[in-house]
Design a protein around this ligand. Structure first.
Ligand code: SF4
Ligand code: SF4
Length: 416
């Protein structure tokens, strides 16, 4: 039975020059613009438990991931990283570069920058306050400017649908590469207008970017932990340019996603690692479906980034407008229960249709946890328990290894 519509959200077309789209939000899906939040809780966690980048807080699994990931991905990443090194360097120092032009008092660059970014090919462009509550502890001093330009570049449709695969990984990493070059150009323009600009790229994030994109009205957080934007769901790569140029912030929107995900649940049901959870919880002051990292990470690392949760999402596959129109007309989730939406293959495991999932044994989910030094201590404790107090030479070896890590050295791990 057709549902009543609470409101519609108007958005620019998918590609620059495309007509505007209107997305209907059913009465029973409407909640709040953006995401439900308890600002005092967000502030408390920011102050007492600041976020830190995965490469520091979860550094123990980095080398394990590099050693475990498929060889074709390693080979591709080595070549791509070498090619992108100058762009990584450029991003790192971008905030220090002085403007080349002179500002005009009273001007507002918002629409100039939006138009230019859209002409360059960005599918979603929005403006928000650069919210330092989400900045990683190690990046707080690095991040310089108060206004965020949120830029999403769509990832190739067909390559992505082949995932988990190397083909999908080409689309993933090459989108970052193209986008990084586009951002550097946009920043040159900002400097030519008399202002500073800093690039927060995808290789060394300054924090989670999704909250800023949500604040800028470019989508809402899905149950898969990703930004669901109107035209391509989570099939995009996100970057930020922050600036001191005068801009006007956009507003968050209610696309109905917060409740729609509770009706849909396709990613939750199809996740090979059973890493996604049905119910929302309050996490660091935000109401969300919290992903279980330890169930996801081994699948991502072993199977070309996995991304099943992106691929099976109807908003990614069909676009938000058809999905929401279908829900208004029928009360159902477009494609749910079909092989077309829910089917996928995992290399070495086979093909899995609706209701079918691969099996992994318990050992598959064992991998090094936490920081490198903490993992060394964990292993040491395990040895103490199983073999008793070690010889002095082993103690010295252990201390040397810990010191090497603390001095930012390299180490190798085995699973205790
Ligand atoms: S990447 Fe794969 S394992 Fe991780 S949450 Fe998504 S579907 Fe699950
Ligand atoms: S698959 Fe469904 S539940 Fe998961 S993010 Fe997409 S819309 Fe939400």
């Amino acid at each position: 039975m057709a549902k009543a519509i609470r409101h519609t959200v108007k958005r620019p077309g998918r590609i620059d020059g495309d007509p505007e789209v209107e997305i209907p939000v059913a009465e029973d899906l409407a909640t709040v613009p953006g995401i439900p939040q308890r600002p005092k809780d967000v502030a408390f966690y920011t102050r007492e438990y600041p976020l830190e980048t995965q490469s520091i807080d979860k550094s123990a699994d980095r080398q394990w991931a590099l050693a475990t990931q498929p060889d074709d991905l390693t080979a591709f990443r080595e070549v791509q990283d070498a090619r992108m090194e100058p762009m990584y360097e450029a991003a790192l120092v971008s905030g220090e570069i002085e403007p080349t032009g002179s500002p005009v008092p009273g001007e507002d660059l918002t629409e100039d920058l939006r138009r230019m970014a859209r002409e360059m090919g960005f599918g979603e462009v929005g403006f928000a306050k650069y919210d330092r509550r989400y900045t990683f502890a190690g990046k707080k001093r690095w991040a310089k400017y108060d206004h965020a330009i949120c830029l999403a570049l769509e990832q190739d449709y067909w390559q992505t649908q082949t995932g988990p695969s190397m083909e999908a990984e080409y689309a993933h990493y090459e989108t970052y590469e193209i986008q990084q070059a586009m951002c550097l150009k946009l920043m040159d323009y900002i400097r030519s207008r008399g202002y500073h600009a800093q690039l927060h790229d995808g290789s060394d994030n300054s924090g989670p970017y999704v909250p800023l994109f949500v604040a800028a009205g470019l989508g809402q957080l899905g149950a898969n932990g990703q930004l669901l934007s109107p035209h391509f769901g989570s099939r995009s790569r996100l970057m930020l340019v922050t600036t001191d140029a005068p801009v006007t912030y956009d507003k968050p929107e209610d696309y109905g996603i917060q409740k729609f995900c509770q009706e849909c649940q396709v990613c939750v049901n199809r996740c090979p690692g059973r890493a996604l959870v049905r119910d929302k919880v309050w996490w660091r002051g935000v109401e969300k479906n919290k992903l279980i990292y330890d169930r996801c990470r081994p699948v991502m690392v072993t199977y070309h980034g996995c991304a099943v949760c992106m691929i099976v999402c109807p908003v990614q596959r069909y676009g938000m407008k058809p999905v929401m129109e279908h829900y208004v007309e029928t009360g159902e989730v477009l494609g749910k229960g079909t092989e077309n939406l829910e089917g996928y293959s995992i290399e070495g495991k086979g093909s899995f249709g609706p209701g079918e999932l691969p099996h992994f044994d318990r050992d598959f989910f064992k991998f090094p946890h936490g920081r490198e030094e903490d993992w060394l201590f964990h292993q040491f404790k395990e040895k103490l328990n199983s073999k008793g107090v070690p010889e002095e030479t082993e103690l010295v070896e252990f201390a040397t290894e810990v010191k090497k890590v603390l001095d930012k050295g390299e180490t190798t791990f085995d699973i205790a």
